[in-house]
Design a protein around this ligand. Sequence first.
Ligand code: F6P
Length: 531
Amino acid sequence: MSSSANKKTIKKQLNENYKILSKSHLNDLFNADKNRGKSFTTKLSNLFIDFSKNHITKETLTLLLKYAETLNIKKSIDAMFSGKKINTTEERAVLHYALRGKPEKIKGSENSKIVKKMEDELKNIKKFTSLIHDKKLMGWTDKPLDTFVNIGIGGSDLGPKMVVNALNQYRKNKTRSFFISNIDYEQIESLKRKINPETTLFIISSKSFSTVETITNANTIKSWMIESGCNNINRHFVIVSANQEAAKKFGIKKENLFQTWDCIGGRFSLWSAVGLPISLAIGFDNFERMLSGAYDVDEHFLNQPFEKNIPVTLALIDFWYINFFDSKTHAIIPYDESLKYLPSYLSQLFMESNGKSTDLYGEKIDHSTGAIVWGEVGTNSQHSIGQLLHQGKHIMPIDFLAPLSKKGDQKHHELLLANCFAQSRALMQGYNNKKSYLHFDGNKPSTTILYNELTPQILGSLLAIFEHRVFIQGLLLEINSFDQFGVELGKKIALEISEILEKNEININIDSSTKNLLDIYKESKKNDTKN
Ligand code: F6P
C-alpha cells in the first residue's frame, strides 16, 4: 500500500475510534479498566505524567503511532538531531538541543563548528557569571553589580523571565532581577524607581538586534544611565545577539558581546547566552544543572521507542484533540506559584511554532493546526476561569502541573495538591443534578504532570519535554514549527503608522477605520496641547 493510501486508511480507523470515544464518557473508560490510572501513567526520572484522564484507549494510541509512522516522524527527529536544515522556509538547521549536550549524531556534521562555538559561549557565560558574583566587575562608581535587568521581548524575555522566577529559591547572594520587554514607557519608569543605576547590569537580548521594542528600550535606558552620571557604559551593558555587526554599533566593547545563532529559534533560546540572566540569578552551577535536566530528556526523546516516548505521546494526544475533537484551545494550569510565567512562555512556544496555515510543502492546509495555548496559575484559576472550564461548552484539554514536595508550610502544600487533584477529578467525573444549572457533565480531559521539588534539573527536563512535544505536534500537523513569518506584517505596518504619526500626515489611502483612529488620536493631542 502506498504511504498516502496507508495514511488515509489509518485516518479512517482513527475516525472510527473517535466516533466511539466521543460518545463515551471518561468515567466509562475508568469503569472498564480499574487499573487505568496506573497503566496510563509514565515516569521519567523525577517526573510523573498521568495521561489517563484523556479520551484515549490503548487502541487510540496504537493507531496514532501508526499514523505517525506514515509521516516518517522518526526520520524528521533524526534529521533535526543530525543538523539537517529542517527549518526549510528559512533554510536553517534547528540546534537548540546542542546547547545542553552533544548528541552523537551531531558529531562530525557540518554543524560541528557551531557546536564548538556553543561550548565556548557556555564557558564565557560561566566566566562572566563568576566575575560578577566575585565582584571582579563593578559599576562605574566601583560598587558591585547586584541588580540584573534583561531588556528583550518574546523569546528573548519569556524563557529567562519564567526560569528566573521559577528558581528564585536558588538565587545567589542578595541580587535582584528585572525584565523589560514592553515598549510602553511605564515599564521603564517603574524600573527606574526600583533600581540604583550604579549597581545595575543591563543585558540587552535580541537575536536580530532589530526589534523595535528592545532597541528603543535599550537606547532610552542607555541615555538614562548617562544622565545619571555613568561614565563607562561598558561596565553596565552586555548584549546577547546573533547579529554581532548591529550589536557592535550600540557602542560597547567586544568582550561584552555574547552570541546566539540563526539555528537557535528565539523561543528555544533560554539554553544559550539568552539565559545569561538565569546564570546571573541562580549561578552557573544551577544553570548547568538545568541544561543537564534538558539533556536527559533529549536522550530519552532520541532513544526511547515511540510507545514509551513522553514528548511523542503528549504530542500524539494533542494531535488527537486538535484534529479529531476539533479542540481549539489548550490550557496550562500549574499548581505552583514558581511557575506563574510558564503559561505565557508556553503560549509563545506553542503558538508561534504551530499557529500556521501552510504545510511543509507551502500548500494551504485544510486541517486544523496548533491550538490556542494559555493558562493561569492554580488555585487562582479556580476562582476566575473555573466556571467555563467546568460548565462551558469548549473541548479544552488541560495540563495540570504540581510539585510533590515544596519547602514551607506543609498544610498549604497539601491544600494546593488537594485542589489540583480535585480539579482534574471534578472535570472528569462531573456531577448529576436535575437542575440543569447545578449539573456538571464532566468528561473534560486533562493530563497531570507531577514532579519532585522544582529543581533546576527538573525544570530543564520539563521544558525540554514541552519543546520536543511542540516539534512532534508540528510534524503531525505537517507544518514547519521553526519559522514565524506571521509576526512580520504587524511589525511592518507599525513602522508605516509610526512614520505617519511622526510626520503628522494621515495617508488618505489608509482604511477608514485606521484613519478614524488616527484622527481621534490627533484630536486628543490637540486637546492635550490646549489644556
Ligand atoms: O516578533 C516575534 C519575534 O521575532 C520572536 O520570534 C522573537 O522571540 C522576538 O520577536 C524577539 O526577537 P529578537 O530576539 O530578534 O529581538
